[in-house]
Design a binder for this molecule. Structure first.
Ligand code: ADP
Ligand code: MG
Length: 418
């Protein structure tokens, strides 16, 4: 494999002609047996960073991933490019003895290049004992922020991965995440005990997204309708905190002649799938949703993302607004902000364990600062993700409300109305 041209492999296995962003460098590091840490925004093309080296190297790469649905999608995609189904497998609790034997055989015979496992499956002694005896090329930990309590999706099982990997083999570890806060990154590296990881971090700047915060008043529904009407026939997402609010806003839009559907976890699977399809097929323009909507949705021409309620962290805000303008075209991100919504989110926290409360509170304070800042929102957001942004000449520098319409340096609450 040493002389295999990576571009040929990219074309042959994935049908792409160019690497995206830092992919090629990442892949070269993996082939060089380095420990690698990859930080790229969602949609940046992280999967290919471990899939390609897995396919062209000897042995089996283990991919740890938190969601069965995500693993299944990837396995199906990889199987689609090969004659042999055994090229990729998932090892999880739903397999019967026969299935497991088949997977193990394929690994033994060297057919399996990618083995996807949920972290809890990897703790099984019989799997560890088996994998110890096999040729493992590397271990990739996808969604590595699950390791950190500061991440938006902490999973305790993730914290034991390092010990298990050590028992299996002394192989390179690849961590991948779309969470860019320095704190989470530090946590990941510390937990994986990688001291000299080669880190690749893509920029999180989305220059075509326009960021705007408006005060949330009793007229918020009217504001939303007016805003959506300006985007006639264009696609957009409106996020609300509660299922009830989702239904309410969807109804208000429909009554006002806007084609909209609700989406939340309280709807049955069939309805959810139908509403998602209607949005993707453009039978409707707007989907009103809780955060249940969005994972893995790749509609390139979402022209606006509205937050009826401010999210609980800037990571969530970045993820959700990030679903706008994927095609590089306009993406207007409008969030309505009222301090009483922050208090509501604080209240949700009060039932949680103390450590979680503290983290949740700190994350919320950042949201408040962002919402109330008069500085470049892009600069604020990127700084939060550990990235410097040149507010004069950086790409997208004028794409927010504060830069376009600078506020006077007067705190709203100190203004005296006569
Ligand atoms: P992430 O995990 O970083 O969110 P994915 O791995 O899911 O991103 O990839 C996002 C999309 O980018 C996928 O549709 C994938 O097929 C596509 N993609 C990845 N690499 C390339 C490439 N080199 N050229 C074109 N498209 C790519
Ligand atoms: Mg991914």
């Amino acid at each position: 494999m040493t002389n295999l041209n990576l571009h040929d492999a990219l074309k042959q296995y994935f049908g792409f002609t160019k690497f995206k962003g830092l992919q090629e460098q990442v892949i070269r590091s993996i082939i060089n047996k380095e420990d690698v840490f990859v930080i790229m925004p969602t949609g940046g093309g992280k999967s290919l960073c471990y899939q390609l080296p897995a396919l062209i190297q000897e042995g089996t790469a283990i991919v740890v991933s938190p969601l069965i649905a995500l693993m299944k999608n990837q396995v199906d995609a990889i199987r689609g490019i090969s004659e042999d189904e055994g090229i990729a497998h998932v090892l999880n609790s739903s397999l019967n003895k026969g299935d497991v034997a088949r997977v193990m055989n394929d690994i033994k015979s060297g057919v399996t290049k990618l083995l996807y496992v949920a972290p809890e499956s990897l703790t099984k002694e019989e799997y560890i004992d088996f994998l110890k005896t096999q040729k493992i090329s590397f271990v990739a930990i996808d969604e590595a922020h699950c390791i950190s309590e500061w991440g938006h999706d902490f999973r305790p099982e993730y914290r034991n991965l390092k010990k298990i990997i050590e028992r299996i083999d002394d192989v390179p570890i690849i961590g991948l995440t779309a969470t860019a806060t320095p704190k989470v990154q530090e946590d990941i590296l510390k937990n994986l005990a990688i001291t000299d990881a080669t880190t690749y971090k893509a920029s999180f700047n989305r220059p075509n997204l326009y960021y705007e915060i408006r005060p949330k008043t009793k007229d918020v529904e009217k504001d939303i309708i007016r805003f959506v009407r300006d985007f006639k026939d264009k696609s957009g997402i409106i996020y609300c905190l509660s299922r009830k609010k989702v239904e309410e806003i969807a109804n208000v839009l429909i009554v006002n002649g806007i084609k909209a559907v609700p989406y939340h976890a309280g709807l049955d699977g069939k309805t959810r799938a139908k509403h998602q399809d209607m949005f993707l097929m453009e039978d409707v323009d707007v989907v009103v949703a809780t955060i249940a909507f969005g994972m893995g949705i790749d509609k390139p021409d979402v022209r606006f993302v509205i937050h009826h309620d401010i999210p609980k962290s800037l990571e969530s805000y970045y993820q959700e607004t990030g679903r706008g303008g994927r095609d590089g075209g306009e993406g207007h991100c409008l969030a309505f902000y009222a301090y009483k919504d922050i208090e509501k989110l604080e209240k949700f926290l009060s039932g949680k364990p103390v450590a979680e409360q503290e983290i949740g509170h700190a994350l919320l304070q950042e949201v408040v600062s962002y919402a109330e800042t008069s500085m470049s929102r892009r600069k604020f957001l990127l700084h939060y993700f550990g990235e410097e942004f040149d507010e004069k000449n950086g790409e997208g520098a004028d794409m927010d409300d504060n830069v376009r319409n600078p506020k006077k340096k007067v705190e709203a609450k100190n203004e005296v109305k006569i």
